[in-house]
Write a protein that binds this ligand. Sequence first.
Ligand SMILES: Nc1nc2c(ncn2[C@@H]2O[C@H](COP(=O)(O)OP(=O)(O)O)[C@@H](O)[C@H]2O)c(=O)[nH]1
Ligand SMILES: [Mg+2]
Length: 229
Amino acid sequence: MPPPTLGFVLPCLDEAPSLSALLTALSAKWPGSTIVVVDDGSTDGSPEIARSAGAVLVERGRRRGLASAIHDGIAACPADRIVVMDADGSHRPEDAGALITALDHVDLAVGSRWVRGGAAPGLDVKRTAWSRTSNALVRTVLDGSIADWTSGFWAIRGTAARRLTKRPPVATGWLGSLEIKWRARRAGLSIVELPVVFDARLHGASKLRLRDAAAAACDLVRVRFAADL
Ligand SMILES: Nc1nc2c(ncn2[C@@H]2O[C@H](COP(=O)(O)OP(=O)(O)O)[C@@H](O)[C@H]2O)c(=O)[nH]1
Ligand SMILES: [Mg+2]
């Protein structure tokens, strides 16, 4: 049997300074992998960087939210194993290796800041409090099976990814990564959580805005009580 094919899905909004280094690192470590950049109208040259690095570029023109970016990225990534990660350099390519290997045994491997061995030196006090509080709230509303429900760094078997994204996302924005995990839970798929280190962005600012936090609270309730996902 040929070895499983590998793909990466990188949602991207004005991440040019980090994107270039990330694409170089991923292609060097996993030659032959498919890298999909889902760009929502970046004006800083991110699409050109993706194109010239040989990535598959999904251009959506305007900001349409993280949840649908993940779905569209998966649709454009015909690989047996898919890693979803930020394009801003805060997720370490070397941490992806363990997530990918875990797919030998499970359907979904979540890169977690909040299990033993994980860390988030890249989050300041305010963002750490936000991440801790939002994850605690999510564990109450969904369940306590995952410590880092909001992590945007995870790997999934291609078959599971395609099955779980057949229906469009209920979440509109920042909780896109959470919705996939919840869909996996509801479908009874096997999930493991592995430690990762979340570094500070080297450039630019988080795309998370205050109004995204409010939208995320509504999304959480809608995801939890959705009849069909
Ligand atoms: N295509 C697309 N990418 C997005 C959108 N919002 C955020 N991103 C990207 O998704 C990743 C996560 O966003 P980020 O701002 O880093 O969130 P944080 O890590 O929680 O601070 C980054 O690579 C962003 O550029 C969006 O609406 N569309
Ligand atoms: Mg980020």
